[in-house]
Write a protein that binds this ligand. Structure first.
Ligand code: SF4
Length: 216
């Protein structure tokens, strides 16, 4: 029987640039393809192309970097059905695994050992209508919710959603991140302080260190 395979854009070793594991050496597995088209997307090069690789090959390359943390990202990783067995296999191999997902696809089948980073799309992303709100009851303290904020209206919308869905109680972390080059990070930091919400402001470390270069 053929082994499960996935379309892969790149596998690389870098520092985790955001969320709970920020700064830790991490292997990134970037899956090809995404059904969304957020206007600020910084990984559009993963929409097409890629190379089919089977699960054993992927696991062997990930292990070769000798990092403890692995982040499965995209594109939208869950758009490929074999992402689910990949995540389980990475957990079985002993890695600390996180998944970056758009929030538009069902997360319920993801292995419970995986920390899911659910990127809820704001109105200014252009893809807000794709948010799958049925995902919210599946969130646990092991998971994280992220909002990429493009302007003050996005910020106000995100604050409303945090309260409406009690996200700070459901998820381990709620992250507010400025859309790169669109909103002044200092303005966002001040809005977060003024809001009084227990959300975490973050800057994308990899962009400060390496700009928008793929492979970091
Ligand atoms: S979900 Fe992510 S990969 Fe897909 S278009 Fe939006 S930012 Fe890009």
């Amino acid at each position: 029987m053929a082994k499960p395979n996935l379309k892969i854009t790149e596998i690389f070793h870098s520092l985790q640039g955001e969320a709970r594991a920020i700064g830790l050496p991490t292997v990134f597995v970037r899956l090809t393809g995404c059904p969304l088209r957020c206007h600020y997307c910084d990984s559009a090069y993963a929409f097409h192309g890629g190379e089919r690789r089977d699960l054993d090959e992927i696991l062997a390359e990930v292990a070769s970097y000798k990092a403890r943390n692995v982040c499965v990202t995209g594109g939208e990783p869950l758009a490929q059905a074999n992402c689910i067995p990949l995540l389980a296999a990475l957990c079985d191999a002993g890695f600390e695994v996180s998944l970056e997902t758009s929030g538009a696809l069902d997360i319920s089948a993801v292995d419970a050992r995986v920390s899911r980073v659910l990127d809820l799309k704001t109105p200014a992303s252009g893809e807000c209508h794709r948010n799958l709100w049925d995902n919210i009851p599946h969130l646990t303290a092991h998971d994280q919710v992220k909002f990429v904020i493009c302007d003050k209206d996005d910020f106000d919308w995100a604050c409303f959603k945090v309260s409406e869905h009690d996200l700070c109680a459901r998820a381990g972390d709620v992250l507010f991140s400025p859309s790169f080059g669109q909103v002044n990070p200092t303005d966002l930091a001040n809005w977060v302080i003024e809001s009084g919400l227990p959300v975490r402001f973050q800057l994308q470390l990899h962009k400060l260190l390496w700009g928008d270069e793929p492979g970091h």
